[in-house]
Design a binder for this molecule. Structure first.
Ligand code: SF4
Length: 737
């Protein structure tokens, strides 16, 4: 139904890009679809230029409008029918699995997929392909904060409080976060906070657009954030700012942390990080005496081989100061991708089932298997994290086929040239995307997908608020939704398998395992017409997002991320619904931890963590630290935003940011082409001189492909707990190209 106040040619929806999920109205006019900002609690009518221009891709000439299949004779991708494309995929999967087993096929998902797609993809991997190998690009985004939150609080929700709390904070500490470029409408909350007399402190190796607004900017050497946190806690202990009553009543494990940070004298932290003692002391004072205090981390803290411990150090600090659960205070993580939160709750992660359940938990397996209508012992066990998965592709014993949905690892993976090589070594690479990404260009089969304005669904934003995404128009005639693609593949696989085992002359009508068709799960007409697999598809993999969401609610019931009480009507009525929300007539949960944490005894856990050096050190050959990040006009691997005219004009190519002193030493002028080389490869881009970066560090955005691909040089060392690669620091040399 058309929401109140809108015409039939308008829908109230949300931006397709980042985790702020700004509210917008889409309007279908005679000259195309236009975007209009919409009042919503997170963006309050604001949009950044990515949101304003999001509709341009709907009718973009680069858009994929028909399946593509690689012609072996010419080694080129050629237009094909859906039957041809899906048959090719299914034949390839079956050949690989017959030869090398179920786990020889892998799935790689994305943090931009709707909750329904993330759920369906996890289910498809586990009971359609019966492979343990599924993971997603969110592993590269905020898996370290997720792991740190789980071990401290027993639950992982980016912000355990509404975004509006930022505006009320007396002190706000941002660590490795640059929302002024990554999610500009959020800056309104920072402006409001400072307008109310609050203090903003930013920890970042660069003078970013966010750091420029700060009252205090700490500019540590990349990779030393953990030491900074331990020094802040050291000062808080020394000054008596630790909330002893809170620590005693609501936490465990503080003694080990107290002993650990005792060694982090501010002068020692200054020596390591370069942050002056006076700034450490001023920061600790603001946090320890500041009334309502919020500490937020983002990718700068997380994307390290010690990312979980680094985030944990800031969680320790927050707990010691008694912040989590206190009104207007707390610790949170700024999630990046549009559905970075929901994308990790419904089964795309290698070790998780829907509802944030552990895949090796027998009770979790029983519950989810019951919803899926399969025996629990048929569910595969845990897989491996994203980089490990990608790096195993095509190697002896590794997966030989990969299905990619909504991701572009050729640009976004660390040590990208190596991953590109792995993809080239596969027997079968299938990519479902709306554009021919650099990864899709390598594929054997490319399946064109609907865009965000062409399908319904739900997203879960950085606050854990579940939102409605609404379709304005149907996809082009020869384009399908991801749900339809998954259903089509699952059905063909099931029919093919049943055909293998059926007695001669009998028609396949069932899957290999019993399944129960939930009400209202009939496949779309285009999927059923004249196809024997339709009966299979109908029961097991619905293509209607409402039906998938209904099933997701049942699968998540009782889990940490409990959606059981969240209906689309309730989302419409309440500007979104915060999980956990176990019952339709009970409350949702905008604020977590007021009374207890999600641990068995209700107490948060301290974990003693200590600084350790980056996985790769500078040396005579590679004497500079290299770090990566984002720019305002581009998003993730740039597949979409590099094709939008205004965004391309604003940020047309990669650049290498250098301090003028370093540039002078290297004989480099502003704009000169430079080559950045690490032990793993090189990339080239124009120099951009900036006094806002440390002279021992260089920076480049990671959104670009080809010669300007920053991830050609990044380090593939990963965090041992989260699997997060060390995007934020490696050793390089820079020279004029
Ligand atoms: Fe809002 Fe993020 Fe979209 Fe920009 S990219 S309009 S900040 S949701």
């Amino acid at each position: 139904a058309t929401p109140p106040g809108l015409t039939p040619r308008e829908v109230a929806t949300h931006c397709p890009y980042c985790a702020l999920q700004c509210g917008m109205t889409l309007r279908a006019g005679d000259t195309g679809v236009t975007v209009h900002p919409r009042q919503f609690p997170t963006n309050r009518g604001g949009l950044c230029q990515k949101g304003w221009t999001a509709a341009e891709l709907l009718d973009h000439p680069d858009r994929l409008t028909t399946p593509l299949v690689r012609d072996p004779a010419t080694d080129t991708l050629q237009p094909a029918s859906w039957d041809t494309a899906l048959d090719r995929v299914v034949a390839g999967i079956r050949a690989v699995q017959a030869d090398a087993g179920r786990d020889a096929v892998a799935v790689f998902g994305g943090g931009g997929l709707t909750n329904e797609k993330a759920y369906a993809l996890g289910k498809f991997a586990r009971i359609g392909l019966r492979t343990r190998h599924i993971d997603y690009n969110g592993r590269f985004c905020m898996s370290s904060a997720a792991a740190a939150g789980m071990r401290a609080f027993g639950i992982d929700r980016g912000l355990p409080f509404p975004l509006a709390d930022l505006g009320r904070a007396d002190t706000l500490l941002l660590v490795g976060a640059n929302p002024a470029e990554t999610m500009p409408p959020l800056v309104r909350w920072l402006t409001e906070q400072r307008g109310n007399g609050g203090k903003l402190i930013v920890v970042d190796p660069r003078v970013t657009a966010t750091a420029r607004q700060a009252d205090l900017h700490l500019q540590p050497l990349p990779g030393t954030d953990l030491a900074v946190a331990n020094a802040l806690l050291h000062i808080a202990l020394t000054e008596g700012w630790v909330d002893r009553a809170y620590v005693a009543e609501r936490t465990t494990g503080f003694d080990a942390v107290r002993r650990g940070v005792a060694a982090w004298w501010p002068a020692r932290a200054e020596q390591l990080s370069g942050v002056p003692v006076a700034d450490l002391e001023a920061t600790a004072r603001a946090l320890g005496t500041g009334g309502r205090v919020i500490i937020l981390t983002a990718r700068g803290a997380e994307q390290h081989a010690k990312g979980v411990d680094t985030v944990t150090a800031y969680v320790n600090l927050a707990l010691a100061l008694g912040l989590p659960g206190r009104d207007g205070s707390g610790y949170g993580c700024l999630t990046g991708q549009g559905n970075g939160q929901g994308g990790r709750e419904h089964g795309q992660k290698a070790d998780q089932l829907p509802g944030y359940r552990k895949i090796d938990d027998p009770a979790a397996r029983e519950h989810v298997a019951g919803v899926w209508g399969v025996p629990a012992d048929e569910l595969p066990g845990p897989g491996v994290p994203a980089y490990q998965l990608l790096d195993a592709l095509g190697t002896p014993g590794g997966p030989r086929a990969l299905l990619v949905f909504g991701s572009n690892p050729v640009v976004s993976a660390p040590r990208a040239a190596r991953i590109e090589g792995r993809l080239r070594d596969l027997d079968l690479l299938v990519v479902a995307d709306l554009l021919l990404s650099e990864t899709a260009a390598l594929a054997d089969v490319v399946l064109p997908t609907a865009q965000w304005a062409e399908e319904d669904g739900t997203m879960t934003n950085l606050e854990g608020r579940v939102l409605r995404r609404r379709a304005l128009r149907p996809p082009p005639p020869d384009v399908r939704t991801d749900l339809a693609i998954i259903a089509g593949l699952a059905a063909r696989l099931a029919v093919a398998e049943a055909t293998d085992t059926a007695p001669a002359g009998t028609a396949p009508t069932t899957t290999r395992t019993p399944g129960t068709a939930p009400a209202g799960t009939a496949p779309a007409p285009a999927e059923t017409a004249g196809r024997p697999e339709a009966a299979v598809s109908a029961g097991r993999f619905p293509t209607d997002p409402a039906a998938v969401f209904a099933e997701l609610r049942r699968a998540s019931a009782g889990g940490a991320a409990d959606y059981a009480g969240i209906s689309w009507d309730r989302i419409d009525a309440d500007d979104g619904v915060y999980w956990p929300c176990p019952t339709e007539d009970g409350p949702d949960t905008p604020r977590l931890f007021a009374d207890r944490f999600a641990t068995p005894d209700g107490r948060a856990r301290f974990h003693a963590v200590d600084h350790r050096p980056a996985a790769e050190q500078v040396c005579a050959t590679y004497p500079l630290h290299f770090t990566t990040g984002r720019v305002l006009a581009q998003y993730q691997s740039g597949t979409q935003t590099r094709r939008v005219a205004a965004l391309r004009r604003a940020a047309p190519e990669a650049f290498v940011e250098l301090h003028p002193d370093l540039a002078a030493r290297l004989g480099i002028d502003d704009g000169d082409p430079v080559r950045v080389t690490s032990r793993r490869g090189e990339f080239r881009a124009p120099a951009r001189l900036s006094a806002g970066i440390r002279p021992d560090t260089v920076f480049a955005p990671f959104h670009y492909a080809g010669a300007g691909r920053a991830n050609s040089v990044t380090n593939d060392a990963v965090d041992p707990i989260s699997g997060m690669p060390e995007f934020k620091i490696c050793a390089v040399r820079v020279e004029k190209a």
